[in-house]
Design a protein around this ligand. Sequence first.
Ligand SMILES: NC(=O)C1=CN([C@@H]2O[C@H](COP(=O)(O)OP(=O)(O)OC[C@H]3O[C@@H](n4cnc5c(N)ncnc54)[C@H](OP(=O)(O)O)[C@@H]3O)[C@@H](O)[C@H]2O)C=CC1
Ligand SMILES: O=C(O)[C@@H]1CCC=N1
Length: 275
Amino acid sequence: MKTKTIGFIGGGNMATSLIRGLIASGHSPRQIWVSDTSAELLNAHADQLHVNTARDNATVVNEAEVVVLAIKPQVLREVALEIAPLLKHKHGLMVSIAAGIGQRSLALWLGGDTAIVRCMPNTPALVLTGATALHANANVNDEQKDLAENILRAVGLTLWVDDEAELDTVTAVSGSGPAYFFLLMEAMEAAALQMGLDERSARLLIQQTALGAAKIALESADSPAQLRARVTSPGGTTQRAVETFQQGGFEALVSKALHAARDRSVEMAKQLGAD
Ligand SMILES: NC(=O)C1=CN([C@@H]2O[C@H](COP(=O)(O)OP(=O)(O)OC[C@H]3O[C@@H](n4cnc5c(N)ncnc54)[C@H](OP(=O)(O)O)[C@@H]3O)[C@@H](O)[C@H]2O)C=CC1
Ligand SMILES: O=C(O)[C@@H]1CCC=N1
């Protein structure tokens, strides 16, 4: 990627994962700008990541060729309206990572001729294993599409969706997804402790098992069901555990949870008048 200056408005959890990932993949911290309302957070980023920081969002917009809106959906409108006048004389690219907030509203707030890519990354970007889906509005040219894709691909896998509504589903699947796996790890660890394993051993065994399962799934052409069958000896321990999960309504619960996340993405946008 021809190195561009990337600005982040909002330097919280997801921005930090992206910034750390970009630096780990070779992007110069000197070509990264971050603004945030928290001086403490900006000081930490300057000390630890050696990126440029600013208390005001205007500096980031002025310095960066690509601006990533990494604030909560609830403050996006206010920030977009604040920076919109600064975009009039620029032909840069805006990237929003906010859940739910649609292209129509972003264009309304930022200006109708603004090139906007909406995307849904996830926190494993931190370790260059992110998964991001992107959607471009009609103002985004091929070069800008490549630019957005290259930034996100530097920290993991990318794919484009044509139908913007699919981003709500992506949010429920991979945006929030890491938390589901952590929840399972938490529950497994608690059970292992109840059964007498010490915390360190339980955590290590669970982490390595999650990594191993993910690696097999990625490297094999087989479906998750086929991979599961290979662990499940007839009448053995896995079968007993899987039956216990299923008797508890595991699949239905997972489906319900993902639908709830997708619906919340749609609902947040509606509540903010930004669908
Ligand atoms: N976390 C995740 O896994 C993912 C998050 N996202 C999206 O990323 C966005 C950010 O989420 P996340 O990183 O979790 O949130 P955080 O709250 O961790 O980060 C947002 C940051 O923006 C700061 N902020 C608030 N108002 C302003 C402002 N006016 N100008 C500049 N900065 C401001 C916040 O400060 P303060 O705390 O003081 O308000 C905070 O530090 C959301 O829109 C979310 O939907 C997308 C994919 C995954
Ligand atoms: O929880 C959220 O709303 C954000 C979007 C996806 C992950 N975190």
